[in-house]
Design a protein around this ligand. Structure first.
Ligand SMILES: [Fe+2]
Ligand SMILES: [Fe+2]
Length: 248
């Protein structure tokens, strides 16, 4: 595991110093170790809650069936391929369920628009990472232990600094957010919108590879490509036409 991912994991550095004897990865706060007894139950409950909230936002957009589930699972597989621990990958999976929760604050006439957004509408749409981070920030367990807030806030940043909301570049972007960016793009490109046909799995992967080093962290793309078999396995129809997606 690259040292960065151990230290920064999903963007929460610094807790290692407070934890003393814990490893950097564990100390980064991804393990829900605050209180040992029953932490598995807590993690399961948080996962289930995140999944239901992800379903809620997916339900608002008729064109994005299971988008949050797809992002969550692709992010988990990619995180494991990067050498993240099971617990870190699980945390990123939860972040995947929640990454677009801020869209709950986007008006229907923009979120459900059947044609491309104009500049003004895009400006409103681009507020969803900040809205989402603010929605989940009160959940102390997530905020303290996972960096999920940071992942949600920065999931539309780009490696070259041309993303939003803060225009962070390179490794200033939390690693978890860099992973979610690839997973999010894969799911988005496979889905058919009213104004464009969804791409094939192979075409979507080729586009992600093409954007390595500009939109995406090359290390994340490399891990993603190296784990394509597992990514496909995580999708019911081997990445060609996932069963939970609308027919096209
Ligand atoms: Fe899940
Ligand atoms: Fe998003």
């Amino acid at each position: 595991m690259e040292q960065e991912s151990a230290a920064l994991a999903l963007g929460i550095a610094g807790q290692a110093a407070r934890e003393g004897s814990r490893t950097e990865a564990a100390g980064s706060g991804l393990l829900f170790t605050r209180g040992d007894a029953g932490c598995g139950d807590v993690r399961l409950t948080v996962h289930q809650l995140a999944e239901s909230l992800g379903n809620a936002i997916d339900a608002r957009d008729p064109h994005t069936h299971s988008h949050s589930d797809e992002v969550a699972e692709t992010a988990r597989v990619t995180a494991l391929a990067m050498g993240c621990s099971f617990e870190q990958a699980e945390m990123l999976h939860i972040a995947g369920h929640l990454h677009d929760i801020g869209k709950i604050g986007i008006p229907d006439n923009i979120l459900r628009k059947a044609s491309p957004l104009d500049d003004e509408e895009w400006e409103i749409m681009r507020s969803h990472p900040l809205i989402g981070a603010n929605i989940i920030r009160p959940v102390a367990l997530l905020a303290e232990s996972g960096g999920v807030v940071d992942v949600v806030l920065h999931h539309h940043e780009r490696w070259d600094g041309k993303g939003y909301p803060h225009g962070l570049a390179g490794r200033d972007i939390p690693l978890g957010a860099r992973i979610i960016a690839v997973a999010d793009t894969l799911s988005a490109m496979l889905q058919t919108r009213p104004y464009r046909e969804g791409r094939s799995f192979g075409a979507a992967v080729a586009e992600i590879v093409r954007c390595s080093g500009s939109q995406f962290d090359p290390a994340v793309v490399e891990a993603f490509v190296a784990s394509l078999d597992r990514v496909k396995h995580a999708w019911p129809a081997g990445g060609q036409a996932p069963a939970f997606m609308p027919p096209r």
